[in-house]
Design a protein around this ligand. Structure first.
Ligand code: AMP
Ligand code: MN
Ligand code: MN
Ligand code: MN
Length: 288
């Protein structure tokens, strides 16, 4: 994207070391500046931890920081993610669910480690906890520990062999249903965007069918992350048409995690106009 030109857009989906990204908050903000973006949303998994640092760094670079979180939900045992934007990080009901998720992630990591040991890829939980630091523990922290223990040569290989959704060492985490997730994010004063909606379940069947997305739209979902590096262009075209039909704001985000994944800050963006449409949906009333 041209640097300094009009319509540089905002990347509304970025991770840091505050969850399972490899880059510090200040680094991802600097990457957004270097990519010539107008701003970014920091959307770490199930935590608001990095937001103050992100705001300070964004001020230094003259960027807009949209405070965010990538909030875990669950549908029929499959993981569904919602980006919560402009959410109040002190809202008690949402905070309670985030605390529950953090505990759930910690217990689940122990269960995943036990499975990995049975499958011949033992890791030390002390090392996994060290890698996560104060972040909610995610599968990428376990994958990194497996590589460090010499059982695989890349995190990609660990996911492909053991940790992918439905894989032999994958333990699902229990989370609220997507409808409830939308309600919690609204209750905390934010808007809700369905992240990477083209995720696939068993035998490649879509987890989020058009009917499920329509149901979420009726429950007040605000936006659809059409532009995501994992979405091929024909999929984006189909999702863009669905968003138009359901009056959902089209967003884009890179889902940057650092060197562990190919995509970089700015590889997908949201237009200024879409950001303003989303912002204006804060606090809009939704019929039950
Ligand atoms: P968790 O929240 O612990 O279930 O971990 C989910 C995270 O693992 C995602 O946000 C990605 O960062 C990463 N991930 C999930 N599936 C894969 C995969 N197949 N290959 C690589 N990374 C993955
Ligand atoms: Mn992740
Ligand atoms: Mn996600
Ligand atoms: Mn993400």
């Amino acid at each position: 994207m041209a640097r300094g030109g009009a319509g540089r857009g905002l990347d509304l989906h970025v991770h840091s070391t505050c969850s399972d990204g490899l880059d510090e908050v200040e680094e991802v903000v600097a990457l957004a500046a270097r990519a010539g973006l107008e701003g970014l949303a920091l959307t770490d998994h199930d935590t608001f931890e990095g937001l103050d640092r992100a705001r300070a760094a964004a001020d230094v670079h003259g960027l807009e920081l949209v405070p965010g979180v990538e909030f875990s939900a669950e549908l029929d045992g499959w993981s569904v993610h919602l980006l919560g934007l402009w959410v109040d990080p002190a809202e008690p009901v949402l905070l309670a669910e985030l605390a529950r998720l953090r505990n759930e992630r910690s217990d689940r990591a122990e269960r995943i480690a036990a499975r990995l040991a049975e499958l011949g890829a033992p890791v030390s939980m002390a090392r996994v906890r060290e890698l996560a630091g104060s972040a909610p523990i995610g599968r990428p922290h376990l994958a990194a520990a497996v590589v460090q223990a010499g059982h695989a040569t890349s995190e990609r290989e660990v996911f492909d062999r053991w940790l992918h959704d439905g894989g032999p060492a994958h333990v699902p985490k229990h989370a609220v249903e997507p409808r409830r997730a939308v309600e919690l994010l609204h209750g905390a004063g934010g808007v809700a965007v369905l992240a990477h909606p083209a995720i696939r379940g068993p035998e490649g069947a879509p987890v989020l069918t058009d009917a499920v997305i329509a149901d979420l739209a009726a429950a007040g979902l605000d936006g659809l992350e059409v532009d995501h590096p994992d979405h091929p262009h024909p999929v984006r075209d189909r999702l863009r048409a669905l968003a138009a039909r359901l009056d959902l704001v089209v967003t884009g985000g890179s889902d940057h995690h650092g060197a562990v994944k190919a995509q970089r800050v700015g590889d997908a963006t949201t237009t200024r106009e879409a950001v303003e449409r989303l912002r204006s949906r804060r606090g809009r009333s939704v019929s039950p």
